[in-house]
Ligand binder design. Sequence first.
Ligand code: TRP
Length: 477
Amino acid sequence: MSTSREHFGSRLGFILAAAASAVGIGNLVGFPVNAAKNGGAAFLFIYALFVFLVCVPVMMAELSAGRASQRGPFGCYQLFAPKHPLWHFGGFLSVLTPFMIAVFYLVLTVWILGFLLEIIGGNLRAMAEPEFFGSFITGKSLFVYLVIVAAFVAITLHFGVQKGIERGAKIMMPALFFMLVAMVLFILTRDNAFAGVKYYLIPDFSKLTTQVINGAMSQAFFSLSLGMGIMITYGSYMDRQASIAESARLVAIADTAVAFTAGLLVLPAIFSFNPNTNPDELSSSSVSLVFTFLPKVFLALEASLGYIGATTVAAIFFILVLFAALTSLISIIEVPVCAVMDQFKSGRNRSLLMIGAAIIVVSLGCVVSFGMADFFTHFINYGNCEAGTKCKSFFDLIIDVFYDTILPLNGALICVFVVYQWKKRNFDKELENGDADYKGSIMEKYINFSLGTFIPLLLLLIFINTVLSKFFGTSLI
Ligand code: TRP
């Protein structure tokens, strides 16, 4: 079986593909704004601590389990715990989660493509109006955009690991990086841009409440594609000679660097649009920032650049976001596709067809849950809904359950699974492949200790806290 399994072509290829997966809409918009609201450099500091002390070890656990089992998450849990149906549930969760995330991320990507095309079509002025987004998300053109995005992702995945995923990342990631740097340099020349940099970088430790720390932790976790089965799947495509510890570190650095750099673009842009902005009043949701706030910010460039200039800058920004979203979408859809290939020994195209069709069907439910179909728009009652109203849509439910809540649970499960079920010595052995210095290092001691103790506890705590606050209106801390 392992002889026919696909692999990444090079170490750089793997790192770019994993970073491409991790860098998404949240890195470019949500992260910078949340950092500015929640203590600037103090937030960045806490975030970086979590990335390196908590997330990198979890990433190493996921990559090793994938590489050693040569399977995606579902097969991996089965292989290492053949007689424990409870663990199979863990495997099931780590395929269901990416499937559901794929559904809603597909919808977001479709909106972004739609916004890009609207901008290119000369509609930036209309898009800055408050009603625009509401009518956009109920428009029929969305179905056309859905076909375009789905076709692009399907074609990439059809070409497989090396010729599809890796090649896509090798083209889109450098392009994304150059566009990002060029935009930063440009935006920093605008009036008042440095007021934004100041907000972003001056530390305010008094803002670090437990809520903020909890938020930084979950954000770091989801930003690195953890708990989604992606790193287990990508681990199974990794070369045995590559050092997992070093690769995980490089992916984490790349993801954090993009998020950090994006702050030097987004905050200066917001402050040059309005120097009196109070960051506390900015929305913390990436969706409302990208689709309702940023078009206004870009339109304001008209005063100095003219309409065509403002349109060009907005278009470049949306291409950037589109690339980030597409590469994340590709990686997440690969997880269920790989699970079907492993499980039924079916070919790539057949699995892709099955999963693709299922994702499109469920995502149609999301697309119409903004007013087009009442059943999906008023789907369910929980959290802050008034009694008797079904105030949450199908789309809200998927985001709340699968994006905002379940990832830390999946993360805690994989830590416990690797350390106590698969066992430390096997885990260690896998980490020693391609890494002669790992054995006996301080790193080894830290990884083994943390993954068997406080990391899963911390993740479990975050999970419980999020469940309480999202669904029951209370919290632990
Ligand atoms: N960093 C991504 C974001 O900011 C989150 C993410 C990581 C993601 N991996 C993903 C989203 C895979 C979708 C699919 O949005």
